[in-house]
Design a protein around this ligand. Structure first.
Ligand code: ADP
Ligand code: MG
Length: 283
């Protein structure tokens, strides 16, 4: 599929994040609805071409837990990436509209996220680097997939030098400038799972707003957050405690977390993600 800007008709803007925006578009020749991410980076044209070459790896990513990729191109100096459109949207918008997500559903979401991380690492040696509720997407078939992982080293560096790379889902070792590993993704999974079950971002525990630098300071120096006592199943609390160990060497791997009592129990639970998708998409 040779994607060209001229063949894409704008339908609407889906959202904007740090350094980019995402549009719902129609690829007219194939009548395919796509999500087009526009990324602005301040680099030379050759560097942008290099990024496009590195993004080609996405064509080889094929998993039910990963948002599929249609192609990428340059348009007026912006890097445009076209991907599978997920019609219900991201989990942050779902809990903001509908409140905290039921524990069994959170467990099934967790299973999909961990399976996606394992797929990326085992098959492509890719570390996600940006797990958070807005990068977990749902469609009306009840599929849950992750997007926005770091495939292109050059793109990661270009974004880092164009924007201040602070992110509230970053692990303590990353905030302190340490190397990125799969264990840093595990920290972000812990924060994300907590956020979905609580219906709010878990830092700081009292829910007060902190400026970003204060927040990063808190993450590094204060104890990791825990779920309120007595309101959630013990296996979920244990799952979160394991993900949020400050020492990355002590954190479990995604494969170990897949076998945790919390994830294993929810995987057996008789809840249907397609039904849940119908429920959350109702007005
Ligand atoms: P962020 O992830 O920080 O919110 P993005 O620019 O990556 O910023 O995405 C903006 C919004 O676009 C997301 O919050 C999500 O709701 C929506 N979005 C991104 N990708 C898709 C997709 N493939 N299908 C549907 N919606 C998407
Ligand atoms: Mg995103």
């Amino acid at each position: 599929l040779d994607l060209q800007a001229e063949d894409l008709q704008m339908i609407k803007e889906l959202g904007a994040g740090n350094g980019g925006s995402v549009d719902k578009v129609l690829h007219a020749p194939t009548k395919t609805i796509m999500a087009k991410k526009n990324i602005h980076v301040e680099t030379q044209p050759q560097v942008k071409k290099q990024i496009l070459r590195e993004l080609q790896v996405l064509h080889d990513c094929d998993s039910p837990y990963i948002v599929s990729f249609y192609g990428a191109f340059l348009n007026h100096g912006e890097i445009c990436m076209c991907m599978e459109y997920m019609d219900i949207g991201s989990l942050d918008s779902i809990y903001r509209k509908k409140g905290p997500i039921d524990v069994e559903i959170v467990g099934k979401i967790t299973y999909n996220v961990l399976s996606g991380l394992i797929y990326l690492y085992d098959n492509h040696r890719i570390i996600h680097r940006d797990i958070k509720p807005s990068n977990i997407l749902l469609n009306s078939a009840g599929q849950i997939k992750i997007c926005d992982f770091g495939v292109s080293g050059v793109l990661i560096n270009s974004i880092a030098s164009t924007f201040v790379g602070t992110n509230a889902y970053m692990s303590p070792e990353r905030i302190q400038g340490g190397p990125y590993s799969v264990k840093s993704d595990v920290w972000s999974v812990g924060i994300t799972v907590m956020e979905l079950a609580l219906g709010r971002f878990p830092f700081p525990p009292d829910g007060k707003q902190l400026a970003i630098l204060e927040l990063l300071n808190y993450i590094v120096n204060e104890p990791a957050p825990t779920l309120p006592e007595g309101m959630y199943p013990e296996d979920l609390s244990q799952f979160i405690t394991a993900c949020l160990l400050k020492n990355p060497d002590q954190r479990p791997t995604p494969a170990q977390l897949l076998e945790s009592p919390f994830v294993a129990r929810c995987q057996m639970a008789p809840v249907d993600l397609k039904q849940w998708a119908e429920l959350v998409s109702r007005k």
